[in-house]
Design a protein around this ligand. Structure first.
Ligand code: GRF
Length: 204
């Protein structure tokens, strides 16, 4: 069975592109069935359109409150019956209503080694702190900010002459490889969440 992925994006969508490329191989075990965004005119949506994948956009400002936006987003995601929802550079937190509809089935990728440097500026915060290694973390989204059970992590060095941009680009190369490898494994082998731990493989 091929796992159905709905991917959420807010920007350039290079993580989405890595998944789209991986999904062209039937042995990968997953397909991107829809791409959602919180804004229009982004390269992430253009990548989906070029791949012939349906898209939807819900902007927070078009809704009376955050809960209504959350419900509309969840309805659009649910319409594509995903096995996994992948937040790939999606710059919004979804609410409890959304998560209740996709329990243990929403992943997020973060450009730092959690629990260090959560939040919007993972690469910049790591650079400012002076760490010698940082990386990226793939985790199952829970109700907190970058607090969910960890699926995978990848480490990259911080170089003496790094800027936020050069560091984030190095992180993103490793982040994309981690995302592709981990989503493929989850899709092919199944997973379950036990407390803080994500166990990959069929339940016996
Ligand atoms: C990634 O580093 C992600 O972790 C962060 O924003 C970046 C998104 O990149 N939140 P892209 O849109 O997939 O190119």
């Amino acid at each position: 069975m091929t796992a159905r992925l709905v991917v959420l994006v807010s920007g350039s969508g290079t993580n989405l592109q890595a998944l789209l490329d991986a999904c062209t191989d039937p042995a990968y075990g997953a397909e991107v069935v829809a791409v959602g965004a919180d804004r229009e005119g982004i390269e992430g949506l253009a990548r989906a359109e070029r791949a012939g994948i349906p898209t939807f956009v819900h902007k927070v400002k078009d809704y009376a409150d955050r809960a209504e936006w959350d419900r509309a987003l969840a309805d659009s995601v649910a319409a594509h019956a995903p096995d996994l929802v992948v937040s790939a550079g999606f710059m919004k937190l979804v609410g409890p209503g959304f998560l209740a509809r996709f329990p243990d089935r929403m992943l997020n990728t973060h450009p730092a080694l959690l629990p260090s440097f959560p939040g919007m500026h993972g690469a910049a915060d790591a650079l400012a702190y002076g760490v010698k290694v940082t990386g990226a973390t793939l985790f199952v989204v829970d109700g907190g900010v970058d607090t969910g059970p960890i699926v995978a992590q990848t480490v990259v060095p911080v170089e003496d002459d790094d800027t936020v941009e050069t560091l984030h680009e190095r992180i993103k190369v490793a982040e994309r490889a981690m995302l592709v490898e981990s989503v493929g494994r989850l899709a092919r082998e199944g997973w379950r969440v036990e407390g803080r731990h994500v166990r990959i493989g069929r339940v016996h």
